[in-house]
Design a protein. Sequence first.
Length: 157
Amino acid sequence: MEHFFFKIFFAVFATFLFEFYFIKILGGLLLIWIVNDLRKDLLDIKKSKPTTKKGREPSYISSIGKVLFADIMISFDNVIGVVAAAKGYFGFMIFGLMLSVVLTGALATYMANYIQRHIWIAYVGLIFILVVGLQLVIGGLVDLEILNINEEFKKYF
């Protein structure tokens, strides 16, 4: 449930902040960085071996902090993608946020196992995230008037 609150909180601010060109550019660069990081993880899946080395047990407070940080970061990058893909359409944004809550909450384990068996789905998702990230960067550069594009294509950025 806290996923939903984080997502709503971030969506409200992301919608407002995407009016500023530098936020679009930073959000797009963040999505591109995430795509690159996830691509590396996908390539390393086949190379990774389970480790049997035991280290020091993390403290309870440290564990809570890590889980909370991961939860906030997952919500943040998910909201950037949803808000950017919605392109200002409030209904699409709400639908995307609700869909992401359902997919990450109820179907996370099933989806993770399914994607591990059908790795091509992960690459399709990465391509979609990359396109949204590039749209944000290009849209920010157009807003900053560094880049000019044809009027017909401005609706995509």
